[in-house]
Write a protein that binds this ligand. Sequence first.
Ligand code: CAA
Ligand code: NAD
Length: 283
Amino acid sequence: MAIEKVMVVGAGQMGSGIAQVCAQSGYDVLLNDVSEEALQKGIQNIEKLLTRSVDKERISEQEKNDTLSRLNTTTEIQDVKNCDMTIEAIVENMDVKTNVFRQLDAHAPGHAILASNTSSLPITEIAASTNRADKVIGMHFMNPVPVMKLVEVIRGLQTSDETYEAVADMAKKLSKTSVEVNDYPGFAANRILMPMINEAIYALHEGVASVEDIDTVMKLGMNHPMGPLTLADFIGLDTCLYIMEVLHEGFGDSKYRPCPLLRKYVNAGWHGKKSGRGFYQYS
Ligand code: CAA
Ligand code: NAD
């Protein structure tokens, strides 16, 4: 069954980016969030990025308008009834995600694939909350979605080959390069990236160097495009903490212990760029 209509659940920084690349690649997109306000913020973000692409002569005004015409919004998850595929990009929390997957499973057509953009949570467990574990899969985009080329495609224990092929094919249609990854805490990307970010926070916590100097070490010393503390702010400190907790619990190894300073910032509501304050101050 061809994938034509996609529901993206969550209109935050990842969901809006996923909705944008899907619509730009010709898919009909229904963007879902819990409030009209969140949906409008997501759509405004997409409009802004498309306008920038027009200004830079990467796309025409016509392409921008065509993309926007393929994007619709809804606060009703039941509207998934006509979709062939869903990509969930809501908060990194198992209870919240399984609650949404149960609803998607109840209302989506039988043939629909249910994908999660989770950074680290077990796909097998998300799948077990549905009656279609063979059609549940991880489709892990990188931030910012319109720019980054990679998609990790994660097979849960019961994901069928047919589902895997359909999602790998879709990633190609979105002009992304996909890698096949098995269901293990943090998959491949965050198992490697997040301990580096956590270690950078420990270095700050222990007074090894300042925020700016830690970032400079990795930017100028290792040619990373962003320093680890800037990157943590960019990802969201709440998301970083959730991922470290999944690694810590999943492996039972103290090397993944989230840095207390990261927890302190998250408890203070310092969630990084999106909240205006993280390791740096924004606006
Ligand atoms: N959304 C969309 N596009 C964006 C963007 C955003 N938030 N930020 C920058 N861009 C675009 C810009 O528009 C620009 O495009 P044009 O060339 O068309 O103008 C391009 O990216 C380059 O931007 P800039 O010149 O302003 O800045 P830069 O050269 O520093 O690049 C960056 C910005 C691409 C974000 C770069 O800093 C970078 O690669 N940073 C690291 C990103 C990264 O590591 N991402 C992975 C995070 S981990 C993850 O996603 C997994 C997880 O589960 C947590
Ligand atoms: P975000 O906080 O920017 O956005 C989350 C959105 O989900 C918000 O708009 C919120 O209103 C919405 N939401 C919450 N509960 C909902 C529900 N029940 N139904 C519909 N919408 C709901 O978060 P984000 O950074 O976009 O992250 C989303 C997911 O993507 C997480 O699982 C995260 O781990 C993953 N991810 C994040 C990054 C990153 O760099 N931030 C990268 C890859 C993957």
